[in-house]
Design a protein around this ligand. Sequence first.
Ligand code: PLP
Length: 379
Amino acid sequence: MLVPLSQPFVGEEEIQAVIEVMRSSQLALGPQTEAFEQAFAEAHGAKYAIAVNSGTSGLHVVVRALGIGEGDEVISSPFSFIASSNCVLFEKATPVFVDVLDDTFNIDPDKIEAAITPRTKAIIPVHVFGQSADMDRIMEIARKHNLKVIEDACESPLAKHNGKMAGTFGDCAVYGFYPNKQMTTGEGGMIITNDEELYKMCRSLRNQGRGDSMQWLSHTRLGYNYRISEMTAAMGLVQTQKLPHIISKRQELAAKYDELFRDIPGIKLPVTKPENEHTWFVYALRIAAEKRDALLKKLNEKGVQSKAYFFPCIHMQEFYVESFGYKYGDFPIAEQISHESFVLPFFTQMTDEQMLFVKEKLEEGLRELEDERIRELEN
Ligand SMILES: *Cc1c(COP(=O)(O)O)cnc(C)c1O
């Protein structure tokens, strides 16, 4: 048996929806895009949504729309996917990292204020792995220092914090629909906001800088082509309708994994804070750093696809080290998590049989590591 790391959850409904669009004559900028945006905004309790061709494009658009540029600093998390800070670099602003919390892996609100300077324009909290950052605290700090807040919610559709939808705390939030995410459109993304001005600016930047009522060949500002096709939107609409089901399935699966792994010595289960509703992008365990890579090798050889996640941290990526001179020790908690954490196969349609197989191979791998260690000690 081989259990994959992730699998898109796509059914006949998506296939039919895409085929219908293909039989129509409207393949871009049409009713599917509008319906997808409306459904996604409604699902998250936001006024406006703007569909874009990736989460990364969405992050770029909002950084630009908020007027963040050269000389500005933006605070974000080093324990994330690289796009959450690259979007700041796209606009020649400087990402400033703040270390994370050891339990949720999210940015530590207690450390944010020390990183604020007169140049700080915004905070980009990332809701890592499907669990919201501490948005109440972050918004309090942002209001006090008059900072914009962009929520990177690419891993956390429908996540909640103190009963409120993550993605609706800040000025805007961005989602991503790559095939490993909870819902997918192949490639795609979405921005949500309650701010009408920001909404209009994002729509314009997505569509070559055109104004809403403008002619096709008239452009008000420098913009991009970050649009999605109607096929993509049709798939996204169906996936949005399935999203509550997808999330509750993933919550069930995470609880089952917790139960299966609870008594295995030497590993740490994921932590969900009581104020958070976790929506499970991935299921990450922790193990002593010196064992992690050897265990991953064994798991993959045994047919359990698993991966170090996120490794390395953003600040230790090659071009960040070259550009900013970061070194190990700069963000010790993020670095430690990055050396200990790994993700196991986790996807919406996962079966009990697959989960039991993962457990069996995990225990087998850990036992082999222990035997090897004892043999080494004896030699
Ligand atoms: C997936 C992801 C993105 C970017 O999404 P793409 O659609 O792949 O561009 C951004 N931030 C985080 C935290 C992500 O996990």
